[in-house]
Design a protein around this ligand. Structure first.
Ligand SMILES: [Zn+2]
Length: 334
């Protein structure tokens, strides 16, 4: 199999989009979470696994992004999907079904990410499957906290969902999809409906995916996010300076928190009443400590906005930690 494709460097938009999403901490980005891709000819350029979005720019940083052959990866992925009973995944809501061979497929998928990543660059992100599945040139996935709240608020209310859908379509020409809770990576990608034009996928307890043929999708999103929060009457403050310390209960609202849970616990100081504090890391702090703090900060912002926000079950947390793709990421960040 030849991994040679026609270009030797990613389009500039990969860097500008990554920078613009990556600097919005913790509202859009926490630690090394999120991933952005650009398709060019038959290549997919995407952030490498375990890298921070804001760190991937620069000619010397070739291992911080990855390149894959879209066509070959899609063909292999098509084969991998065969024989999967989606309703079974949906019913259990959390994933592994050893008898259905799902765990084997997760392992194979993790292998595929390595095999298909051009060795001249880094190893592709665990969310690569949906970046390839969605046909738009630009696919942006990040953990926009506002949309975790919006999903919680709207998903059980058909009238509200219709209202959001209508607003996004009429004012922003974007099609809107609600996506249930699935394990990140392979399984999530199985449940995304492909459509033409600009799309936004609102992922339960996770974040969003934007797909578009125009890089202006990000500035469009920035406006619609504020608009929607206002429309739905959700109080949210953006771009606060980093506080000296952040306190609150330990809550698990999104998958990356699970990955950082042990690191977070190392830094927490108990102030009684099940309230804990985490002090702002020093400028010399490790990548893990910064990632842990940002995930903690994000969690506390969500909790402050909605103390009743649904947490991820223990079963789901266990499933995430068992994912071959997450194990790789976890080991890398050690
Ligand atoms: Zn994610």
């Amino acid at each position: 199999m030849s991994l040679k494709v026609s270009e030797s460097f990613p389009p500039q938009e990969l860097f500008t989009l990554s920078e613009n999403v990556g600097r919005r901490i913790p509202d859009w980005t926490q630690g090394a979470g999120g991933n952005i891709s650009v398709k060019s000819k038959n290549s997919l350029w995407i952030k490498a696994s375990g890298e921070r979005l804001s760190d991937i720019a620069g000619p010397a940083e070739r291992n911080r992004f990855a390149r894959l052959d879209c066509v070959k990866f899609a063909q292999e992925f098509q084969i991998l999907q065969q024989g999967i009973d989606r309703t079974k995944i949906k019913q259990s809501s959390v994933g592994f079904d050893p008898s259905g061979g799902l765990f084997e497929k997760e392992k194979k998928y993790s292998e595929m990410l390595k095999v298909f990543s051009d060795p001249e660059f880094g190893k592709a992100s665990m969310e690569t499957a949906f970046h390839i599945k969605l046909p738009q040139k630009y696919v942006l996935h990040f953990h926009a906290l506002s949309f975790i709240l919006i999903h919680e608020l709207t998903s059980a209310d058909p009238a509200l969902m219709a209202q959001v859908q209508k607003l996004l379509r009429a004012k922003y020409q974007i099609s809107c999809h609600w996506v249930d809770l699935f394990l990140p990576g392979f399984q999530l990608s199985l449940f995304l409906e492909v459509g033409a034009g600009d799309q936004i996928y609102i992922l339960k307890n996770h974040g969003i995916i934007l797909a578009s043929d125009s890089e202006t999708i990000l500035s469009k999103f920035e406006v619609l996010e504020k608009d929607l929060l206002k429309e739905l009457d959700v109080a949210w403050e953006f771009n606060q300076a980093v506080p000296e310390n952040v306190g609150g209960p330990i809550k698990v609202f999104f998958p990356d928190f699970i990955i950082f849970k042990n690191e977070i616990k190392k830094h927490l100081k108990n102030s009684g009443d099940k309230k804990y504090f985490f002090s702002r890391p020093s400028p010399e702090a490790t990548k893990e400590e910064r990632g842990a703090f940002e995930n903690w900060w994000a969690t506390q912002k969500l909790f402050a906005s909605n103390p009743h926000l649904a947490e991820l079950s223990i079963d789901f947390q266990r499933e995430v930690l068992g994912l071959p793709t997450e194990k790789e990421r976890f080991n890398k960040s050690r």
